[in-house]
Write a protein that binds this ligand. Structure first.
Ligand code: HEC
Length: 307
């Protein structure tokens, strides 16, 4: 018994340390390919078998007990004696745990205190309680040795720090594996990606850009024409992206970067770029400066021209 207890204590002391080493990838991340799957399956199978065997065993013992009891009863009847059933192991155990004094023997433990008929008995603490109490004393010794002398397990503060460090390391690794593509005006390049342009179109429609620029981008009395070669804030992809992202709030163009994901701003920028030269009917006249695409970088700087 002592050996078993000792190994349980040692194991529970060592298990968290072991678990921490393998904590990186948990079993449930990919149970099918986990190398420990056969082990877990065998353990599960053995556990279920053990439970079934134990259940059947307990039933058999019960049946045998009932039969034996009946046989004894008959024997006692034959001999003309009164049959006294043997106490079950359970009632014996309860008696041992509580060690309560039967009512008939209370006289022996009565104290000499009698107040208005209320008597006091000198009952001992029930053994289950004292065992628990001694158990906590024993555990405290194990605890002090494991945590404060041998330092074989981290205290909660260190455990917290370790977990923090682990999480940071994990976050760093995830980030390294998937370098974030920053979408901003400095790096954006226009690509004729039909899927992105289509997405941009729905962003344009969903955010009612059309209420100020018309759904075909031709412009109205609020917003400028987005289909011509003239731009108030520059017609380069980077300028257009920046205008949509930062808006021209004082002129009534909202800063969409505040409410939209960078991807959406990019897509709608691509859509706006794709409108160039579509020449919708009754489009608004040119505003700002003409932008000629390819080489002349100088033209792409922000123009301060106003309406
Ligand atoms: C409430 C009205 C309004 C809405 C809604 C609006 N805009 Fe504008 N937008 C404007 C105004 C006004 C300007 C002109 C700003 C100025 O005069 O400097 C403008 C300018 C622009 C420009 C720059 C044009 C140039 O000539 O430089 C682009 C590009 C643009 N808007 C795109 C969009 C997109 C994309 C949306 C939807 C996500 C949108 N706008 C929604 C009012 C609006």
């Amino acid at each position: 018994m002592k050996k078993v207890l000792f190994s349980i204590i040692i194991f529970s002391a060592a298990a968290p340390a072991f678990a921490q080493e393998v904590a990186e990838k948990s079993f449930w991340d990919d149970p099918i390919n986990d190398p420990l799957l056969p082990f877990y399956l065998v353990v599960t199978f053995l556990t279920i078998t053990a439970i079934i065997t134990a259940t059947v065993g307990i039933y058999l013992v019960k049946v045998l007990n009932t039969l034996a009891g009946q046989a004894e009863k008959e024997k006692a009847q034959k001999l003309g004696k009164a049959y006294v059933p043997k106490p079950s192991w359970w009632s014996k155990l309860v008696q041992r745990l509580n060690a309560s004094v039967p009512v008939t023997e209370e006289k022996n433990i009565e104290l000499d205190h009698n107040y208005d008929g209320i008597r006091e008995l000198d009952n001992h603490l029930p053994p289950w309680w004292t065992w628990l109490f001694y158990g906590t004393i024993g555990w405290s010794v194990v605890y002090i040795i494991v945590f404060h002398f041998m330092h074989s397990l981290p205290l909660s503060q260190e455990e917290y720090q370790n977990e923090l460090a682990q999480a940071e390391e994990q976050a760093r690794r995830i980030k390294a594996a998937r370098p974030e593509t920053v979408i901003d005006e400095n790096t954006l390049v226009f690509t004729q990606d039909a899927a992105l342009i289509e997405k941009g179109k729905s962003v344009f429609m969903n955010n009612s850009c059309g209420s100020c620029h018309r759904n075909d981008g031709g412009g109205n009395n609020i917003g400028p024409n987005l289909t011509d070669a003239y731009w108030l804030h520059g017609g380069d992809i980077k300028n257009v992206f920046a205008t949509i992202k930062n808006g021209v709030v004082e002129k009534g163009m909202p800063a969409w970067g505040k409410s939209m994901k960078p991807e959406d701003v990019r897509d709608v920028t691509f859509f706006v770029m794709s409108l160039k030269g579509t020449n919708p009917e009754n489009a608004k006249g040119p505003q700002g400066e003409i932008f000629t695409p390819p080489t002349e970088k100088a033209d792409t700087t922000k123009s301060q021209a106003s309406l």
